[in-house]
Design a protein around this ligand. Structure first.
Ligand SMILES: Nc1nc2c(ncn2[C@@H]2O[C@H](COP(=O)(O)OP(=O)(O)OP(=O)(O)O)[C@@H](O)[C@H]2O)c(=O)[nH]1
Ligand SMILES: [Mg+2]
Length: 397
């Protein structure tokens, strides 16, 4: 291990691991502040410590105002005491998106028949709910085929919507299965600021551990001390060693060292965190391409998964994010987070139509169990507000 690489640095501090959200320093939880600085200020080299004005080695919280409070540090992991089944969690998580669609459908179809006017209103509703024009057109075409000029209930419309969404998304349902032949199986997490990359890494690490795999994490977001701390806390919580360097270190070099270390330790899965970057900042995007190139020097098949983390609350902007990250880093799969905080969950359908990228997981809350394996049919029915009793699918994630 080189002198700049350390494993589980924060493991030496005896403290109760706070939730990942708690260790984000002030001004970063909304992500606009830290992210804007980072995206505005970076030059061509990955070495420039631009975002954090106080790079200070292992003393990550020189400014007391930035440090998590005692209360925050001691807060227990936000795992729910009582776990409802996965579909209830999904339905609860998607309630805002689903309410927008269900209420809209009810408003259009109460005591009205399916005619050009109601079909136009339905098309508008689906587009404003971010499903995109192709999906909206498919739903209305399907309905019109059998029901034009006839009475139709809002329930029938929601069933048709669920059917169309499920058909669109079903081919993209793909589990994230590290290949045992890769030692390590390298997963690179990418996305814009605050999308949920680091939190999702923690949740994934826990899932892999639960499956009996050894996991190592690499703190590739070298721009912010708090980002390194955040990942380290997840490492402590999940028992995964964390490879980190000082703030401002070259992220590609760190990723390279992490693969070497994971090989040396015969680790099954290495998950590499990266700094959030806006898709239109070319210098930052180039740096991502550099990380991918450098990883290939040790293993030409790496990274084995390039996971784009998308925050559902951004709605249609997710489309341009997917395009830019796909172009620069060869995205292999998607994870959509924060579906619980938005009425814009329909954007997953628009993404499916445009990119056909596998969807591995969705985030419907902040606890580990809120990262659910993507189930197209369950998602479609929860989104369309179709009752749980009619579900025919089995249990999932
Ligand atoms: N409600 C909700 N919050 C989430 C979800 N996933 C992540 N978050 C929260 O989103 C915030 C940002 O998450 P991070 O994991 O720090 O995001 P990031 O992409 O690593 O951010 P940067 O490192 O700044 O680019 C945190 O407060 C998380 O707890 C989710 O599915 N639902
Ligand atoms: Mg992060």
């Amino acid at each position: 291990m080189s002198k700049n690489v350390f494993s589980g640095l924060f493991g030496k501090k005896k403290k109760t691991a706070p939730d990942a959200a708690d260790v984000r320093s002030k001004g970063e939880t909304g992500d606009e502040e830290g992210g804007a600085d980072r995206n505005a200020g970076v030059g061509e080299t990955a070495n420039a410590p631009v975002a954090d004005p106080k790079p200070e080695g292992s003393q990550f919280f020189a400014d007391e105002a930035q440090a998590p409070s005692t209360e925050q540090r001691q807060s227990p992991p936000q795992e729910d005491q009582k776990k409802p089944n996965w579909f209830s969690r999904l339905t609860k998580g998607l309630s805002k998106s689903s309410a927008k669609l269900s209420d809209g459908v009810s408003a259009i179809f109460t005591k009205r028949k399916l005619d050009d006017e109601t079909l136009d209103e339905l098309t508008d509703l689906l587009i404003t709910a971010d499903l995109g024009v192709p999906a909206a057109t498919r739903v209305t075409t399907t309905l019109a085929k059998d029901k034009f000029d006839k009475e139709i209930t809002d329930r029938e419309v929601r069933e048709a919507l669920a059917g169309e969404v499920a058909a669109t998304l079903a081919p993209l349902e793909k589990s994230l299965a590290p290949n045992a032949a890769n030692k390590p199986h390298v997963i690179l997490m990418i996305g814009v600021n605050g999308a949920g990359k680091t939190t999702t890494i923690g949740k994934l690490a826990q899932k892999f551990k639960d499956d009996g795999q050894s996991v190592m994490l690499a703190a590739g977001d070298t721009f912010r001390a708090a980002a390194i701390e955040q990942l380290t806390v997840w490492g402590e919580r999940t028992g995964a060693p964390v490879i980190a360097r000082e703030v401002g270190a070259d992220a590609a070099g760190l990723a390279f060292d992490a693969v070497k270390e994971a090989k040396a330790q015969n680790t099954d899965v290495l998950i590499i965190d990266t700094a959030g970057r806006l898709q239109n900042k070319s210098a930052l995007m180039d740096e991502l391409a550099k990380i991918v190139r450098v990883l290939k020097k040790l293993d030409e098949t790496a990274p084995h998964d390039v996971l784009l983390v998308l925050d559902a609350t951004v709605g249609q902007n997710a489309i341009s994010q997917a395009q830019a990250f796909q172009d620069i880093a060869g995205v292999t799969g998607l994870i959509m987070t924060k579906l619980d905080g938005t009425a814009r969950g329909g954007v997953l359908v628009a993404l499916a139509d445009k990119f056909s990228l596998p969807v591995h997981y969705i985030g419907v809350g902040e606890s580990v169990s809120d990262l659910q394996r993507f189930d197209a049919k369950g998602f479609a029915r929860a989104l369309a507000g179709v009752d749980q009793e009619t579900m025919t699918i089995g249990d999932s994630a």
